[in-house]
Design a protein around this ligand. Structure first.
Ligand code: NAP
Length: 285
């Protein structure tokens, strides 16, 4: 039976560290780290995510503002707000909540954010720095997955890791981070043949596909560590991951539940990235 990796406990620990870091930053520089969030339109789920981020930022003592813009805001209006926030010294982190309405190009918005303030870690410069092994800002959910893995205290070097999913947001950055930890990494996706056999080779299996309970117990190598990034709602309204939890629990050595695993780490890592960005900007003068 697996050890359950509790993301709520991990997130509370990270938030506590960030709160202390924010206090130290404030005493040194006379202001709190600042996170500004841009929300375009009235998507209900996005509004909830943004409220949660706003609350979490307040709790660790950050300053900041949520810019709530109507759905018909033009792309150039969003880009000029981003440009203005890039120039505002007290803003250390800029987060644009995605998805944005379809008349706004997500790539153009990401490219407009100063890489030094890109706390979502999505700017091509930060992606490139990650794959080059250089310091940058790393996408929050992948950073949270690696933080949880490191807490297990197992030697990651040399382990065989399989990442299911190759999105810019999750799969690719996780693969880069695992490579940095000297894992042997396979990235699988919708065109991968015999996914089950590929997964069964994994000492570390990271599932980020957005397909409810795609990964069955028979896909898990006995003793594997399973990190389930997926968040899927079933027709009955229940939240499930990409892994059939009860089946995998019998075989894995450690596993993240859904909810309560990777999910809580994402906002904690956003706060951590904002503190990192604030300190680096001050260090750069
Ligand atoms: P995404 O952009 O839709 O990417 C999904 C990836 O999975 C793609 O690479 C796709 O392959 C692959 N895939 C889809 N169906 C597959 C299948 N049947 N077999 C193998 N690979 C398959 O999704 P995402 O943004 O990476 O998110 C993935 C999941 O993580 C979602 O459930 C999302 O809600 C969740 N998520 C959670 C958090 C959190 O805070 N916990 C944060 C972000 C995302 P192709 O590239 O070939 O299409």
């Amino acid at each position: 039976m697996a050890r359950v990796i509790d993301g709520k406990v991990g997130a509370a620990q990270v938030r506590g560290q960030v709160r202390l870091g924010a206090e130290a930053f404030h005493s040194q520089f006379g202001r709190a780290p600042g996170l500004d969030v841009i929300l375009v339109g009235d998507d209900a789920a996005s509004a909830v995510y943004v409220r949660n981020k706003e609350k979490a930022a307040e709790e660790v003592g950050f300053r900041g503002k949520v810019h709530r813009l109507p759905a018909n805001t033009s792309e150039s209006e969003v880009l000029s707000l981003v440009a203005q926030l890039n120039e505002t010294d007290e803003v250390d982190g800029i987060l644009v909540q995605f998805p944005v309405p379809s008349h706004i190009r997500q790539d153009a918005v990401i490219a407009a954010i100063s890489p030094a303030k890109d706390v979502d870690g999505l700017h091509p410069i930060n992606m490139g720095r990650l794959w080059s092994g250089l310091d940058g800002l790393v996408s929050c959910t992948p950073a949270g997955c690696i933080w949880l893995l490191e807490q297990l205290g197992v030697k990651l070097a040399g382990m065989r890791a399989v990442v299911l999913g190759r999105s810019q947001l999750v799969g690719k950055p996780i693969a880069a981070l695992l490579l940095q930890k000297d894992c042997t990494v396979t990235v699988a996706h919708s065109k991968t043949q015999d996914l089950e056999a590929v997964c069964r080779e994994a000492d570390i299996l990271i599932a980020a596909v957005g397909r409810p309970e795609l990964v069955r117990g028979s896909w898990i190598k006995p003793g594997a560590i399973v990190i389930d990034v997926g968040i899927n709602r079933t027709p009955s309204g229940k939240l499930v991951g990409d892994v059939a939890y009860a089946e995998a629990f019998e075989l894995a050595s450690a596993i993240t539940p859904v909810p309560g695993g990777v999910g809580p780490m994402t906002i904690a890592m956003l706060l951590n990235n904002t503190l990192i960005a604030a300190k680096r900007r001050k260090a750069a003068g």
